[in-house]
Design a protein around this ligand. Structure first.
Ligand SMILES: [Zn+2]
Length: 571
């Protein structure tokens, strides 16, 4: 890009950001910041910038915006979420799309479930369709009442509304009816091989003797299975698939097995339970599902599910795949997360380092941020993608920035004594631009806490400003405190501005600082830090769940603790 165009771009940007009036200084800084090699030509740059700024300032704001849109659209504010659209669904008609949220209530809901739920929900909404919440709960040993609730709570929090709800465990009689139909068609048989033999034969592509049993014998064995004559592992109903198929899923998979364990919803009424693929095939038909949005690792199962439906004369939904939602350093596997709890690295499932929806909410991530992330980042491809948390944090920060109150917090505090300081009472706004957030009064009389970080960086003789309050000069630095002298109150140019808390008003604050759980597959020893410090008095009024910005520290959510405990979401 030639120099004039670079200058024009930044002049327009500066003007658009400042009600149509660009200023020379910031434009020069941007031009050189982007092209450091121009530093040696500062004089020439300054001349060009002055000329261009004058030209830009003679334009109307609308014209400036239009021109910026033309030459550097990336510098314009990002479009609102509502304007961002998901790609269209194949073969989708308005009013005819039916999708489903298909959680297995065998663990707590995590962000992957949330993003997948959002896709199914947003697509149904996009086509004025219908959404089912359908619990895939046909493994009584795994499902628990609290997990059902975790999904309902999580979906609601994300703003997902479902039109109807059901459980696969409601439909056992229906599943049995279709099983009998498959047996009568000669497409399913009761196998009584031990599990190891079944596995070995599937691997070796060999058929067992039970495959050639007649329909009557299979029906008799099936009824005996239902009648409770066999124990666990003594008999399964298998599909007559293709033992030589390249897709191992098709090698006579089990359709039903015996599980002698009470189910949280149906108790001990049933002992013969369908496997996932059979239950899903039937239920997608029963629910009239038109589009199945699911991650690519389920792709091999489509052939099986479609085959089952074809045998039963049912039509198949359209499958839309997207890559699995995985975040760097954060496993979603229940086994791995449980291990972290059992070894004491975490104590609860809503730990702010966890990818569970409860953990993410507790950390201070907004549901709107997850929604925007899902819409903008979902890749409809087979490629496995590992997301970086920083992308989600950047969206969250942009959403929080205009509405979070800003407060003073001094981590690892050190005392500051200001000699000659007048007694000052200042009215400090909670937000520099959003006046609706109000303000608070802070009284100061010369004794403060400042952050340990600012203390480390200051040198005797430095001139600093306590934000909103006064300018001072550092006189002496000791291990535990620093002494300074009052200079003046009006803001001075080009001096460092730091946060402060009056000693009289200081409120003890603890902040939990979460980080990723794993680094290169090893548990990160610094995944959770506790930082102690002092906050200003207003910190006491922060309500549980409110997210505030501790200035120059980060966005933090007030958690449920008697003493002010915050959890840092991100910078
Ligand atoms: Zn067998």
């Amino acid at each position: 890009m030639e120099l004039e165009k670079i200058v024009l771009k930044w002049a327009l940007k500066n003007a658009v950001d400042h009600d149509g009036k660009a200023m020379t200084g910031p434009v020069i800084a941007k031009v050189i910041g982007e092209n450091p090699e121009l530093k040696k030509d500062v004089r020439r740059i300054k001349e060009i910038v002055e000329e261009v700024v004058e030209m830009v300032n003679s334009m109307k704001l609308e014209e400036q915006r239009e021109m910026l849109m033309e030459i550097a659209p990336e510098l314009l504010e990002r479009k609102k979420v509502e304007e961002k659209k998901l790609p269209p669904l194949p073969n989708a008609e308005k009013g005819k799309v039916v999708t489903r949220l298909p959680p297995e209530p065998s663990g707590y809901m995590h962000i992957g479930h949330g993003m997948s739920g959002l896709l199914n929900y947003l697509y149904a909404k996009m086509y004025d369709g219908f959404v089912w919440l359908r619990f895939e709960d046909t493994d009584p040993r795994k499902v628990k009442p609290e997990y059902y609730e975790s999904f309902r709570r999580g979906y609601r929090w994300l703003g997902i509304e479902w039109d109807d709800e059901k459980n696969n465990s409601d439909d056992l009689e229906l599943f049995y009816k279709y099983a009998e139909k498959l047996i009568k068609l000669g497409k399913a048989y009761v196998c009584r091989c031990p599990i190891e033999r079944i596995r070995r034969f599937r691997r070796e592509m060999k058929e067992c003797e039970h495959r050639s049993q007649g329909v009557d014998e299979n029906l008799d064995l099936w009824n005996r299975m239902l009648g409770g004559e066999f124990g666990e592992g003594e008999a399964i109903l298998r599909l007559k698939g293709d033992m030589r198929s390249k897709n191992t899923v098709m090698r006579d998979p089990a359709l039903f097995r015996i599980i002698d364990h009470p189910h949280p919803l149906t108790g001990k009424r049933y002992k013969v339970w369908p496997l996932y693929d059979f239950a899903v095939s039937i239920e997608d038909h029963v629910c009239g599902v038109t589009h199945v949005l699911r991650t690519s690792e389920f792709a091999l199962r489509d052939e099986l599910q479609n085959y089952i439906r074809e045998l039963l004369g049912m039509s198949n939904p359209i499958y839309v795949e997207y890559s699995r939602f995985e975040f760097k350093g954060t496993p979603v596997s229940k086994r791995k997360l449980r291990a972290l709890i059992e070894t004491g690295i975490a104590s609860r499932w809503d730990d702010p380092r966890f990818p569970t929806i409860d953990g993410i909410r507790r950390r201070g991530i907004l549901p709107e941020a997850i929604k925007e992330f899902t819409i903008t980042q979902t890749g409809f491809s087979y490629a496995k993608r590992e997301y970086d948390w920083s992308l989600l944090f950047a969206i969250n920060r942009r959403l929080l920035d205009p509405k979070a109150r800003r407060l003073f917090f001094t981590p690892n505090p050190v005392k500051l004594l200001v000699e000659g300081s007048p007694k000052i009472s200042v009215d400090v706004p909670y937000h520099p631009d959003n006046r609706e957030l109000g303000s608070r009064k802070i009284e100061a009389d010369g004794e403060f806490y400042i952050s340990g970080g600012d203390f480390e960086e200051m040198k005797v003789g430095d001139v600093l400003r306590l934000k909103y309050l006064m300018n001072l000069k550092i006189l002496e630095k000791k291990r535990e405190h620093v002494r300074a002298e009052f200079l003046s109150r009006e803001p001075m140019k080009n001096i460092k501005i730091i946060q402060w808390v009056p000693v009289d008003e200081a409120v003890r604050v603890r902040v939990m600082v979460p980080d990723i759980l794993y680094i290169n597959d090893e548990v990160n020893p610094n995944s959770l830090k506790i930082i102690n410090g002092f906050g200003e008095r207003a910190v006491e009024d922060v309500k549980v769940d409110e997210i505030v910005q501790f200035e120059r520290f980060g966005f933090c959510r007030r958690d449920l603790e008697p003493e002010p405990l915050f959890i840092k979401a991100h910078d």
